[in-house]
Each structure stands twice: as C-alpha cells, then as structure tokens.
Design a protein around this ligand. Structure first.
Ligand SMILES: Cc1cc2nc3c(=O)[nH]c(=O)nc-3n(C[C@H](O)[C@H](O)[C@H](O)COP(=O)(O)OP(=O)(O)OC[C@H]3O[C@@H](n4cnc5c(N)ncnc54)[C@H](O)[C@@H]3O)c2cc1C
Length: 543
C-alpha cells in the first residue's frame, strides 16, 4: 500500500533539504513535471498557491484529442503530436480515458463545404497513423439522426464520426501528483512562491504557507515556472525587466441539464468557432468561448456574454432540443496560457504549441500547450533540467510513457472487466450499491484497495441519502489526494459542484467530516462554509 507524507511532514522535508528541482504551480504541467522528474530519481518539491488544478487545469473541455479544428490553421505538427500522445495517455491512464465516437456535423450553412470537412477527417486519420483509435466514418443525414436524434435539423447535410477521448482534467492532475509523491516528491498545495533569488550555486525560494502564514526559505539547484496563466507574473518576481510572453484567452463552459445522448458533438458555429457538446453521466457540458483577456488571472469568472453566446450557438443547431436558462446547473471558465506572437491573429487561430524557455538566470518557464500534450512538455522540461544539472542522460531516462499514473495499472481493453470485478468486490465485501461502487472504481482505478482500511474503520455510510459520496471517500481525499477544503472535494476531486444544487445540500456534512479529520476549530469551520458559498456564487454562476 503506498504511503503519502502529511502536509506537515512535507514542510519538514522542504525545510531541511536541498532540491534538484522546485516546481512552481500544480496544474497539469507542474504535476506532469513532478512525476517525470521524480521517476528519474531527482529530488523534487512542488508548491501550488491554491488547490492542485485550481487554475486552467480544472476548467478545460476535458478532452484528450488531436484537435481536428487546428487542421484549419495548418497546425499539422501539433495535431500529429497530440494525436500520438492521446494513445499514450490511454495506456498510462486508462481509468481516466473514455474513448468515444464524436459527431462532427456539417450543415447547408457551414462555412466549410462538406467535401472540405471530409478531407479534414481523412487528414486527421493520416496524422494519427499508426496510433489511430479507429478510422473516421461518414454518415448521411438519416443515419446520423438515428444514432443521435438530438441533432436532427433540416439543414443538416451529414456528419463525420471520429474517435477521441473524454477525460477528467483535475483527476489527471491528482493522479500525476500521487505518482510523484509515491516516488518521493514533496507536494504542497495552499503554498505560494513569493520570491526567487539566485545565491551562488543555489536558488533561494521563499514560500508562504497560506493556511497559517508561516514563511520558509527553500534551497534548490533548479526552478521550474509552471504557473500557466500566472507565468509572466511569476517571472517578474525574479526579473523586474521581464517582457510578457503570454497571450491569455478566456474560455467558459455551461453545465446544463442532460438532454444529449452518448455522443460528444463538435459543431463549427456560424461564426467559424468550434463549440463542443460533451455528454457526461449527470449533465451536459457545452463550450467554449475564446476571448482575449488582460485582467487578473485570479478573477476569471463566467459572464452573461458567455451564457448568451453558448446558448445561442447550441440552440441554433438543435431546433428540437433547445437548452434554456432554466437548464443551467453551473458554469466555469479558465484562461488559455498561449504563446504571445508578434503577428496579430484572432483568438481561435492562436497556435496551441508550447514553448519551454530557459530564462537568463536559468529558471525554466513553460507556456502554451494543451492538457493532451502535458507529458511531452514535462519531458522537455526535465530533459533540459538534466542537461543544466550536468547529469548523465542515460542514468535519468524519461519513464513517464512506460509506467501508469496512479490508478492506471491495467489495460484499457480490459477496463470493463476490471471495473466490473472491483464493483462486485465492493458490493460483496462491503455491501456498497451499484451507483456508489461505480463512482469509486472510476475514480480510483487500480488503486481501489487503498480504500479498504478506511471502509473497515469508518463503514460505508453515505454522506446523505440522495448522494453517492461516502464519508470514507472524503477521508480518502484528505489522506491520499491532498484535499484541504470543501471546494477541493466538491469541485475538483468530484464534480458534485457542477451538478444540480452545486453540492450545497451536503456542504455541512462535508465540513463536519473535514473538521474531525483536520481538527478545525469553529472559526475555520465557519470560514470554510462562507468561502465555499462565495466560490459558488462568484465563480460557478453567471454574474
Ligand atoms: C476553456 C479551455 C478549454 C480547454 N480545453 C482543453 C481540452 O479539452 N483539451 C486539452 O488538451 N487542452 C485544453 N485546454 C488547455 C489546457 O487546459 C491548458 O493548456 C492546461 O490546463 C494548462 O495547464 P498549466 O499547468 O500550464 O496551467 P494551470 O492549470 O493554470 O496551472 C498553473 C498553476 O500555477 C499556480 N500558481 C500561480 N502562481 C503561483 C505561485 N506564485 N506559487 C505557487 N503556485 C502558483 C496556479 O494557482 C495554477 O494552479 C483548455 C483550456 C481552456 C482555457
């Protein structure tokens, strides 16, 4: 059974050690880099000022995809790189990958003639070779309306069907961090990097524990700035003359009452922008907008404009299945940390290519990229670090493509059998019902047994009669997934906050369990409740 250091133990470790790498930022890029470096035997610490994945990495469309729409920008290299990487992620994180048939409809009014779309689909197949998940198909109007009646529309010409992957962005971050932690990395959330100074051969990194205000100074040979949308702000902490390298574009999603079938749909809107309709078990996610943003990355929240744009886009092509304001359960938005180019292109056309820069003082900064390509970004960062640290490459090879992330230790093709066996076991050994066991198995993958001792100690009591969350799962999130606040549990370890009611009906119970696990006093309990309600009102609802 893997063991994880407590937050307190992690602070003791960072106080008393010199690190090879300190990573700033616990989004997917930081998490992937921590895993890669720890697997190569480097001494690693990662600091995240909020919760892990609280930045862009919980606000994505949650797809592992080549990015069919980037073909229109002639971004062939990016599409190929992402399409090949998609297959690798299915191998190393099968529990977090769900291969689906995506529908790409073409209408009489579509900007692209259907022959051009068909050419694009062939190109997507070719660029995915030899790691295709299956070649595309083309269905006429009648056939497509049969498999997905939702998209019935007089103006529909036909549709392509391509295979791509749905994922859970936050849990992919956590699975990478769990893996890094089991390999000895010190991983701390709610801990902000305040300053970085180079002193002789080491960097002196000043951090603050945001739970109690304690400050520490940590020594390291290298620093990685993996702060995504915050990377220019962080770069200015060690280089006052830093010129901005980022172009931030904001994208929002609506979470709506479920009307869809089982097929995700990629629609190219009348204005040429792509809108995804992604069907999840309990809701549909639709997005996204793509608009330049120059404000504070901490204050990004969905707006009335996002709501109107997304609803009108989707409703214009679903005449029989219109979504209304009343269908909105929640909303979320994030910032794409794209690479700033001198030439002026519209937001949707900015390349998603990544850039790994070694700054003048030796700090490595990562920007751009996609959730899908995080492992490649991490590899490039650690390869560069190995070189700068003058370590032997042959003794520190990248292993992230060969080992599963935490929970991913089975083959995708055996997933259904594996899940069924584990569900049967949870039902037989603990009497856990189908909905709850299915939820647990999908979340924990090959590590379900970690939960056994917690179930034995705390029982199988549900947090409330009409919820699938067990008290034991909350304890698990605290002990094994670094959860520190109710928002961590309701928004990122689970998606309960996206669902109807935003989890408010179980908030008191979550806080009570966290209180006994984390020894909160009354002041902390009240603060946590207020903070959660404020978060829902300010960031999960349309203002
Ligand atoms: C709307 C939208 C949809 C998208 N959909 C997809 C998709 O479907 N598929 C795909 O492949 N990609 C998608 N992307 C892109 C993908 O989500 C991002 O490229 C990726 O999540 C960026 O990760 P990151 O680690 O660079 O940044 P982040 O996830 O933002 O992580 C940076 C972290 O740094 C922390 N930080 C900042 N300052 C400090 C400090 N001083 N000290 C400590 N920590 C600090 C922040 O709190 C933050 O958590 C989407 C992006 C957007 C915006």
């Amino acid at each position: 059974m893997p063991t994880f250091q407590s937050r307190k133990q992690n602070f003791e470790t960072v106080k008393n050690n010199i690190f090879d790498l300190i990573i700033i930022g616990g989004g997917i890029v930081g998490a992937g880099t921590a895993r890669d470096a720890a697997l190569r035997g480097l001494k690693v610490a990662l600091f995240e000022k909020n919760d892990f994945s609280a930045g862009t990495s919980s606000q994505s469309t949650k797809l592992i995809h080549g990015g069919l729409r980037y073909l229109k920008n002639y971004d062939f290299f990016l599409v190929r790189e992402a399409a090949l990487e998609r297959k690798k992620l299915i191998e190393i994180a099968p529990h977090l990958c769900d291969i689906r048939d995506f529908i790409v409809p073409n209408y009489k009014w579509s900007q692209d003639h259907f022959l051009l779309l068909r050419l694009g689909l062939i190109g997507y197949d070719v660029l995915s070779f030899p790691k295709n998940l299956g070649l595309h198909k083309w269905y006429n109007k009648n056939k497509i309306e049969k498999i997905e009646p939702l998209i019935e529309n007089d103006e529909l010409r036909g549709a392509g069907i391509i295979k791509d992957v749905m994922t859970n962005d936050s849990r992919l971050v956590i699975a990478n961090l769990q893996n890094a932690a089991t390999e000895g990395a010190s991983i701390i959330n709610y801990c902000r990097v305040e300053n970085i100074n180079k002193k002789d051969e080491y960097y002196d990194v000043k951090i603050i524990d945001l739970e109690n205000g304690d400050k520490y100074s940590v020594k390291t040979k290298m620093v990685i700035n993996a702060t995504g949308p915050w990377s220019d702000i962080v770069s200015k902490k060690f280089d006052a003359k830093h010129n901005n390298k980022l172009r931030l574009t904001w994208g929002a999603h609506l979470v709506l009452n479920k009307k869809s079938g089982t097929h995700p749909v990629l629609i190219v809107n009348k204005d040429g922008r792509a809108v995804f309709l992604i069907p999840h078990e309990k809701f549909d996610i639709i997005g996204t907008t793509d608009i330049d943003y120059k404000g504070d990355p901490d204050l990004i929240a969905p707006t009335e404009f996002d709501k109107d744009y997304i609803l009108s886009s989707i409703n214009s092509i679903l005449p029989n299945n219109k979504y209304s304001n009343e269908d909105i359960l929640s909303a979320f938005s994030g910032l794409r940390p794209l690479v700033l180019k001198k030439t002026d292109t519209s937001e949707g056309k900015v390349s998603r290519k990544h850039l790994i820069r070694v700054e003048e003082n030796g700090v490595i900064t990562a920007i751009g990229g996609k959730l899908t390509t995080y492992r490649l970004m991490a590899k490039e960062i650690v390869d560069k670090s190995i070189k700068i640290l003058k370590l032997k490459k042959s003794e520190h090879k990248c292993l992230t493509g060969d080992y599963p992330v935490f929970g991913g230790d089975f083959e995708y093709k055996n997933k259904n059998i594996y899940f069924q066996n584990e569900k049967n076991r949870l039902e037989k050994d603990f009497g856990i019902d189908e909905e709850t066991s299915s939820f647990i198995v999908k979340q924990l993958g090959s590590e379900v047994k970690i939960l056994d001792p917690i179930l034995i100690q705390h029982g199988v009591e549900k947090i409330s009669n009409n919820n699938y969350l067990l008290t034991a799962m909350i304890i698990y999130y605290i002990q094994y997934e670094f959860a520190r606040t109710p928002i961590d549990i309701l928004r990122r370890r689970t998606w309960i906050m996206l669902e109807k009611g935003n989890g408010l009906n179980i908030l008191d119970q979550v806080i009570d369990i966290m209180t006994s696990e984390l020894n909160w006093d009354d002041k902390t309990k009240n603060m946590m409740k207020k903070r959660t309600i404020d978060y829902i009102n300010n960031f999960m609802k349309i203002t």
